[in-house]
Design a protein around this ligand. Structure first.
Ligand code: SF4
Ligand code: SF4
Length: 92
């Protein structure tokens, strides 16, 4: 038996939070490290049968990407919204 997992997305004013349930192992590191308490546990289970996370308070998200950086399984993507530069993502 195999289940298909689809990515889930929350859209916020500063950026979008995307989680891949087929990668998240429910370690809770992102939840612990988010400086803005955006992330919470979901009722949904991921590929490992553990709860995934969700961006419950997406309006607080600053798109700092700490959650994506600390995730050991690259299960989080952050799409940053830059004022007037939507879609572009340059690192300096
Ligand atoms: S990008 Fe930053 S503020 Fe947004 S959920 Fe991740 S750690 Fe929290
Ligand atoms: S750090 Fe990654 S693997 Fe751990 S709970 Fe968060 S999204 Fe899932």
């Amino acid at each position: 038996m195999s289940k298909t997992f689809t990515k889930k997305k929350w859209e916020g004013p500063k950026g979008n939070f995307i989680i891949s349930p087929d990668l998240c192992k429910g370690c809770g590191l992102c939840l612990e490290k988010c400086p803005s308490q955006v992330i919470d546990w979901s009722r949904e289970m991921g590929v490992y049968g553990t709860p995934i996370v969700e961006a419950t308070r997406i309006e607080r998200c600053t798109a700092c990407r700490i959650c994506a950086l600390v995730c050991p399984d690259a299960a989080i993507d952050i799409e940053k919204m830059d004022a007037g530069e939507k879609g572009k993502d340059r690192k300096k």
